[in-house]
Design a protein around this ligand. Structure first.
Ligand code: AMP
Length: 284
């Protein structure tokens, strides 16, 4: 275990278990905040929420190769462990678990967790295998750390629902907490992948939030979800997005298409701008 001015860094499951086990033995509640690093205020809001709700907070930093397709950005994904450690320390985290790939997937590792249905639609449709990668790594992290609570952002709204489904189905004894999306001043949801945007694309990017906000407002006002969603997609393309994977209004829990006007609904969208594939969502 290494110490970096107040926050301890562990790289093995054995060390993680030893540290968290000592907290549990002392009767201290534990919060877990899984991340892929390149931390921004969105990640840190999860850390602060954990610090507020539990006695000890463990963040994790692992760029999970199993949730990237061969044609996706695994090699280019931003990495800055030293910067991340400083930010985690300032947000009050007690421990960082930052394992190597071989620690999480030793030779011979074969078991996967998939969540059919909610894991196959939307992001699951456009990123084959993505939620199997996510569910598998999150289940492993939860079983390795055995936290009382784990914190996930609504920024990745479908991921949050998939993780809730998976932990309920597997009876993993953890409270899954969702946290609101943290945005830049112009509305763009913070994301490590925003680093891929050129200055010109960065100026266009807030159109995504503006479009889903108008769509949510229109649907709230009684407009037809499908035609308003098509209108929002058009707006994105004319603003300069090169491809719109989906803009859609879904049931807020199952993410199935909305059937009735009075069910809780969520607008979800994914679109490509330059090198970046941006996702965002908002409550209706
Ligand atoms: P990532 O490092 O992208 O895997 O994200 C780690 C966690 O941070 C996930 O639970 C995300 O949903 C959450 N997160 C990412 N961006 C934001 C944001 N802008 N606001 C709130 N949470 C976020």
């Amino acid at each position: 275990m290494t110490q970096a001015g107040g926050i301890e860094i562990v790289r093995t499951v054995a060390d993680l278990r030893a540290r968290v086990g000592s907290w549990r033995a002392a009767g201290l509640s534990v919060g877990l905040v899984p991340t892929m690093g390149a931390l921004h205020d969105g990640h840190l809001s999860l850390v602060r929420q954990s610090v507020g709700e539990t006695k000890r907070t463990c963040a994790t930093l692992f760029i999970n190769p199993k949730q990237f397709n061969p044609n996706e950005d695994l090699a280019a994904y931003p990495r800055d462990e030293a910067g991340d450690v400083a930010k985690l320390k300032s947000a009050g985290a007690d421990l960082l678990f930052a394992p190597e790939v071989a620690e999480m997937y030793p030779p011979g590792a074969a078991t996967q967790i998939s969540v059919p249905g909610i894991g196959d639609i939307l992001e699951g449709e456009y990123r084959a295998g993505f939620f199997t990668g996510v569910a598998t790594i999150v289940a492993k992290l939860l079983l390795q750390a055995l936290p009382d609570a784990a914190f996930f952002g609504e920024k990745d709204y479908q991921q949050l629902q998939v993780i809730k489904r998976m932990t309920a189905d597997l009876d993993i004894p953890v409270r899954i907490c969702g946290a609101p999306t943290i945005r830049e001043a112009d509305g763009l949801a913070m994301s490590s992948r925003n680093a891929y945007l050129s200055a010109q694309e960065r100026a266009i990017a807030p159109t995504l939030y503006a479009a889903i906000r108008s769509l949510a407002e229109a649907v709230r006002g009684g407009a037809d979800p499908a035609s308003q969603a098509a209108f929002a997609a058009e707006k994105l393309l004319s603003a300069g997005f090169s491809k719109v994977d989906y803009v859609t209004v879904r049931n807020a829990e199952t993410l199935e298409p909305v059937a009735a006007n009075d069910e809780p609904a969520r607008v979800l969208a994914a679109a490509t701008l330059g090198r970046a594939r941006l996702i965002d969502n908002i409550a209706v």
